[in-house]
Each structure stands twice: as structure tokens, then as C-alpha cells.
Design a protein around this ligand. Structure first.
Ligand SMILES: [Ca+2]
Length: 198
């Protein structure tokens, strides 16, 4: 399914760097989930292809987002233009979060976050925990989150970001930003929650 990717080596490097920098921060590793300057680290597919956008979910001038498009002829079509296989450091309770934006007054449709835990490092093979959720937006950024459990050896998370269009024809485009996986076990272990109590 994947085509040869010249940025694979760079992605692997960034992945290793991200792993080193966030291993103790209570979050698992999504590479370039904030889309600061590009879509590096994500596998792209579909036509029109996803592109990088200057629009950031917090209006950060130093970051952007991923712009997904759906121009399918048939009604009710769902595409998954972005995918990433994430290696999770630990088992147990996690959450996958993302922020999404669709323009005000857009044709019917929504953004979609789907996930599955898998046992193989390239996210091939069967799934264990799986699920997903819609991000319904109409002119403002909307936050989405869903909990899931990692059961060894299914410690690789297959993350796909999609866009679903209700009508036939036309074009629906929307943005994803701030895609992250929260390691809830690690957060509890480090006492971050306790520190936040009054
Ligand atoms: Ca961003």
C-alpha cells in the first residue's frame, strides 16, 4: 500500500529524537503531530493529496496544520489521507487526541480519527484495541479524544486521519492539528495529576 518514501530515513531520525525527548513526559510518541512546518512523519495518500497549511489550532505563527481534502464523486465517501504507525512505550491506558477544523458553512461532512493497536512494528497484521471518533466542526477548532487500552504485544498504534463528505461531488477540506497520544499510566506514575490538585 505504501509507496517508497524518500523522507523515511529523516522520519526515523525524528522519531528517535522525539522518543528520547518525550519518554518521560507522560506522552507517547506521535511524530510531527503539531505539523509545525510540514507533513513529515506521516504517510500521505489520496487525491487531492493532503497538504501542509499555515492555519494552526492555537494561531501559533510558528506552526501549522494538515489540510485534508475529499473530492469523491459518490455520496457518503470517507477518505483517510494521513496515516502514522506509532510505537508505544508502555501498555495500559492511553488516549488519542486531535483538534480539527472545518470552514464555517461547509458542505456536510466531518473529520475522522481512527486507530488500532497492532503487534507488528509497521502496523501490519491484526488489530487488538480499535476505535475512532468524529470531529464535527463549523468554523472553529474542535478537540477530540478517546481512551483505549494497550495490551501486549499490541504496542503499535495505527493512527489514521480521515475526512468524510456527505454529498456527491464537490470538495470538502478540513484541518487536523495537535495529534497526540497520552500515556495515562505514565502520567499517574509521575504524579502530575496529584500536583494539579488544590
Ligand atoms: Ca500546529
Amino acid at each position: 500500500m505504501s509507496e517508497p518514501n524518500p523522507s523515511l530515513a529523516v522520519s526515523a531520525f525524528l522519531f528517535a529524537m522525539a522518543l528520547a525527548s518525550t519518554a518521560q513526559a507522560g506522552t507517547a510518541v506521535v511524530v510531527n503531530g503539531n505539523f509545525d512546518t510540514s507533513l513529515l512523519g506521516w504517510d500521505l495518500s489520496g487525491t487531492p493529496a493532503p497538504t501542509w497549511s499555515m492555519l494552526d489550532y492555537q494561531n501559533n505563527p510558528g506552526s501549522g496544520s494538515a489540510l485534508l481534502s475529499n473530492a469523491e464523486a459518490q455520496a457518503g465517501a470517507r477518505l483517510y489521507p494521513l496515516r502514522q504507525c506509532v510505537s508505544l512505550a508502555t501498555a495500559g491506558s492511553h488516549a488519542i487526541e486531535a483538534d480539527g477544523f472545518l470552514p464555517a458553512g461547509h458542505a456536510g461532512g466531518r473529520l475522522v480519527v481512527s486507530f488500532a493497536t497492532r503487534a507488528v512494528a509497521d502496523c501490519s497484521g491484526g488489530a487488538n484495541s480499535l476505535g475512532g471518533y468524529f470531529v464535527q466542526s463549523n468554523g472553529s477548532w474542535v478537540h477530540g479524544s478517546m481512551d483505549f487500552v494497550v495490551n501486549p504485544p499490541f504496542t503499535y498504534l495505527d493512527v489514521t486521519l480521515g475526512i468524510e463528505k456527505d454529498g456527491a461531488g464537490g470538495l470538502l477540506s478540513g484541518n487536523f492539528d495537535a495529534v497526540q497520544v497520552i500515556d495515562r499510566e505514565r502520567i499517574f506514575a509521575n504524579g502530575f495529576e496529584v500536583a494539579d490538585l488544590p
